[in-house]
Design a protein around this ligand. Structure first.
Ligand SMILES: *Cc1c(COP(=O)(O)O)cnc(C)c1O
Length: 394
């Protein structure tokens, strides 16, 4: 019997080694990795530049309290602010914590800086924001809330791309609107560009902060370093985690200069906030992404992947849609995809789901055209065989 709480439904595979786009299990079987630990290892497994930065930091200093200055943390923060619309960064240890910090900053800005007492956060149905009590309450999916009552107050949900519903949900207590530009966990649903622009205008009109949860979309994944760059808008606050440090567990909450006075000394914190090791991994990851033009490559590879999939899957009655932004790609199927995922794994291609009927592909940002061909070939074979089996049984 395992000594772990059984919180995870695990595939029957034991991964023991990784390099680049490949993983190996304990039987020596090789896999092409098109899930990257859920959009985490965006430079591939064990990327050399990040590995070297981590090894040299491990020789130097592992941890220092935030009661002291930390130049590695300053460097990582400056790389983030120099390359984004944000002016300040708070480092934490996960996506949920980054969103928790964003919610706290939004409330505190209204309550302490503006003095208006606002606290409500409007989020979207099918969203995913994390597993802490506040972020699971913000999440627009009931399954993550079961058994955890009572939930914190002040969260309202409205459907994606429905501006009228959002407008109707706004009250004189609304502090922030928090959205994902691509709902990744929720089924690879894309926000309409016109909707995103209108949400920004609506927030401006009502003095509401716009928080973007870029935990999955950030760090080059969608073909820009940050997904908001696609939409010609800037958020007041945005959050990062998954792809930010090549697999080192860390998150970040970033905000505009106007919000900086809201987080005074002692108002928020974390023992492990921006440790030298974590921030060395972040700095090396960002530098490598910029050097390798990872966002641009993700944009080109995403287009290639979607067009090849559309071509290969055209006419299959069990496939209803192929969509994505950069290298978050969803293949929506007519029914549940759990068996398809298992078959793909058997044939050496690692993918995950996004909701019951959607296959989600998240290759690393440096994926090659050959690897895309290999993955598309395996996916097309498995889905064609399913289509044939379904028509034979009818
Ligand atoms: C994964 C994810 C989170 C939660 O991140 P954790 O590191 O698991 O806490 C939050 N928001 C989005 C959009 C995510 O994809």
């Amino acid at each position: 019997m395992s000594s772990l709480f059984p919180t995870f439904a695990r595939y029957p595979i034991t991964i023991v080694k990784g390099k680049g786009s490949r993983l190996w299990d304990d039987q020596g079987k090789e896999y092409l990795d098109f899930m990257t630990g859920i959009a985490v290892t965006s430079l591939g497994h064990v990327p050399e530049r990040v590995q070297n930065a981590l090894v040299s930091q491990l020789d130097q200093l592992w941890h220092v309290s935030n009661l002291f200055y930390n130049p590695v943390q300053e460097k990582a923060a400056k790389l983030l602010t120099d390359n984004s619309c944000a002016d300040a960064v708070f480092f934490c240890n996960s996506g949920a914590e980054a969103n928790e910090a964003a919610i706290k900053l939004a409330r505190r800005y209204h309550q302490k800086v503006l003095g208006n007492g606002r606290y409500e956060i409007v989020t979207l149905t099918h969203s995913f924001h994390g597993r802490t009590l506040a972020t699971l309450t913000a999440t627009g999916q009931d399954k993550v809330k079961e058994g955890f009552l009572p939930l914190p107050q002040g969260f309202v949900h409205v459907p994606l791309n429905d501006l009228a519903a959002l407008e109707a949900a706004i009250t004189d207590q609304t502090a922030a609107v928090m959205i994902e530009l691509v709902q990744a966990e929720g089924g690879v649903h894309l926000a309409d560009p016109a909707y995103v622009k209108a949400v920004r205008e609506l927030c401006d009109r009502h003095g509401i902060l716009l928080i973007l949860d870029e935990v999955q979309t950030g760090m080059g994944r969608t073909g820009k370093l940050f997904a908001y760059e696609h939409y010609g808008i800037e958020p007041d606050i945005f959050t990062l985690a998954k792809g930010i440090a090549s697999g080192f567990p860390v998150g970040a909450m970033l905000g505009k200069a106007a919000l900086v006075p809201a987080f005074t000394a002692g108002s928020h914190g974390s023992t492990f906030s921006g440790t030298p090791i974590a921030t060395a991994a972040i700095a090396a990851t960002i530098e490598t992404m910029l050097l390798e033009k990872a966002p641009e490559r993700a944009a080109a590879s995403g287009e290639l992947l979607v067009s090849k999939l559309k071509q290969a899957l055209a006419g299959l009655p069990n496939v209803t849609d192929v969509r994505g932004l950069g290298l978050i790609v969803g293949i929506e199927c007519a029914g549940p995809v759990a068996d398809i995922v298992a078959e793909l794994h058997k044939r050496g291609l690692l993918v995950i789901t996004a909701g019951p009927n959607v296959l989600r592909l998240l290759p690393n940002l440096l994926v090659t055209a050959e690897e895309i061909d290999e993955a598309v070939g395996i996916i097309a074979a498995v889905l064609s065989e399913q289509a044939a089996a379904l028509s034979a049984s009818n």
